[in-house]
Design a protein around this ligand. Structure first.
Ligand SMILES: [Zn+2]
Length: 464
């Protein structure tokens, strides 16, 4: 069988040298293959099955970054900042406000904990200003380490709001949120919109494996605390084959029980940052189409592959998303279907895609009013009851238009996933379309995957 192939560029996972690479199509699968003269051939499966790789592509008219901090002398990806070759503006800027952590996870892209001191509030103010210049109206995610270890986190959120950022989200394991209600209240008063909550599953065995201890109860406590303050919660499972990929349906079921405080589930297929001396084999990865099909299978068809579409902002190969409405009685309907027929879709404008994504994310992931009362957390929390009912249990209640519009304000729910690229899977054409940018300590904006990318000995391309 002759395989089709297309060209891109990648890196050697051993020496991080830039290499020509090929995407090789074998049936419905796509492999990324590259050869380093010194370190040999590397092959990774990056797409498996339907929807097909070709149908999923969305060509875009590029949008240069508003501020260019590097002239690109060494070329992508070695002098990022962003450089003139970058093809998308920032949609989300991630600011790391501490490298300390209160967990010691076997799986951690940030390689936390570290001894580096926390940046001062003055330094963070300067980073916010840089995000303003380079990101122009972007959303902000405060990350770490574990950002809730800073007692001045509410002050940092308030500062970001004062400096003009409307949507600020905190990326957290939720431990402190669940046991410190006064802190959660202070975050709400400071203007925090949303919590990006690491939530790997509905079974303690999963946390034991991935995070080193049982955490389900702590996660539920964090969600309850956010519900009391009307802070939106996005559940963020890191999907590791054989560890929690069987639990995708149960995660979605739990999330639906928690609507409207839970605004969505954002799956992150595991990527291999840090020290991995051997090429992770295909069984160690789950690709985006596999996640979509697992969602369909494990939700009993409530959520279907055809309900999901590629992004308008980042490269199509990086993510999928879908939006749903939960009706009174529990029934769930897709808000928009996403036809995959690309033949009549003109190239999208990257800038317009970014602008739409910024407001769509802020609208969908921010908190709603009275979420504690409506969520009924005291009865349904996944840490107390393991309900086996299928996701689509519920009856359709007739609604008039006003009631429907009201419902749509509070009870929409998103399912999305983002596939990060590591040293084995990175493709530079994808990287240049990136809109999720980490602010380096010196104020440069670096695509998330490049910032976290490491050689097999753990040496980072950018992370200090
Ligand atoms: Zn090499």
């Amino acid at each position: 069988m002759t395989a089709n192939r297309t060209r891109t560029e990648s890196l050697c996972p051993v020496c991080l040298k830039r290499l020509p690479a090929q995407r090789i199509f074998i049936g419905d699968d796509v492999h990324l293959v590259k050869t380093c003269a010194q370190h040999g051939e590397f092959r990774s499966r990056i797409w498996r099955g339907m929807p097909s790789f070709d149908q999923w592509q969305r060509p875009k008219t590029p949008a240069g970054p508003p501020v260019v901090s590097s002239q690109g002398e060494k070329g992508c990806p070695f002098d990022c900042g962003l450089c003139p070759d970058h093809r998308q503006r920032s949609c989300t800027v991630i600011i790391e406000i501490t490298q300390r952590c209160n967990l010691d996870c076997p799986v951690c892209y940030a390689s936390a904990p570290s001894q580096r001191p926390d940046p001062s509030v003055d330094v963070i103010a300067e980073l916010f200003r840089r995000a303003h210049d380079g990101g122009q109206g972007c959303n902000i995610q405060l990350s770490g380490g574990e950002p809730t270890l800073r007692d001045d986190l509410p002050a940092i959120v308030a500062l970001g709001r004062e400096l003009g950022f409307d949507f600020i989200q905190v990326n957290t394991n939720g431990l402190r949120l669940g046991r410190d209600r006064a802190f959660v209240k202070a975050l709400k008063q400071a203007g925090l919109a949303s919590v990006f909550l690491q939530f790997d599953g509905t079974e303690d065995d999963i946390y034991q494996y991935l995070r080193g201890r049982p955490l389900l109860q702590a996660k539920c406590a964090a969600i309850e605390a956010c519900a009391e303050q009307d802070i939106g919660v996005v559940l963020v499972p890191t999907l590791v084959p054989g560890v929690n990929t069987h639990d995708i349906g149960a995660i979605l079921k739990a999330a639906l029980d928690w609507v409207p405080v839970v605004r969505g589930v954002h799956f992150q297929p595991v990527s291999y940052f840090g020290r991995y001396p051997v090429t992770p084999d295909a069984a160690a990865r789950i690709t985006l189409p596999e996640v979509m099909r697992a969602i369909e299978d494990q939700s009993g068809g409530l959520f279907q592959t055809t309900h999901f579409g590629p992004p308008g902002c980042e490269n199509a190969l990086c993510s999928f998303h879908g939006r749903f409405l939960q009706l009174p009685g529990g029934q769930v309907i897709p808000m928009k279907s996403s036809p995959l027929d690309t033949c009549c879709v003109p190239p999208l404008k990257a800038h317009a895609g970014a602008t739409r994504a910024i407001s769509a994310v802020a609208r969908q992931w921010a908190g709603r009013k009275n979420t504690a009362a409506e969520t009924g957390l005291s009865g349904d929390c996944a840490c107390r009851t393991k309900k086996k009912a299928p996701c689509n249990a519920g009856t359709l209640v007739p609604m008039d238009l006003d009631a429907f519009i009201d419902r749509a304000r509070t009870h929409t729910f998103s399912i999305s996933a983002m596939a990060f690229q590591d040293a084995w899977t990175v493709a530079l054409d994808r990287v240049r379309d990136c809109c999720i940018h980490v602010m380096a300590p010196d104020g440069r904006l670096i695509p998330f995957c490049l910032y976290n990318l490491t050689a097999i000995d753990g040496r980072g391309l950018y992370r200090p």
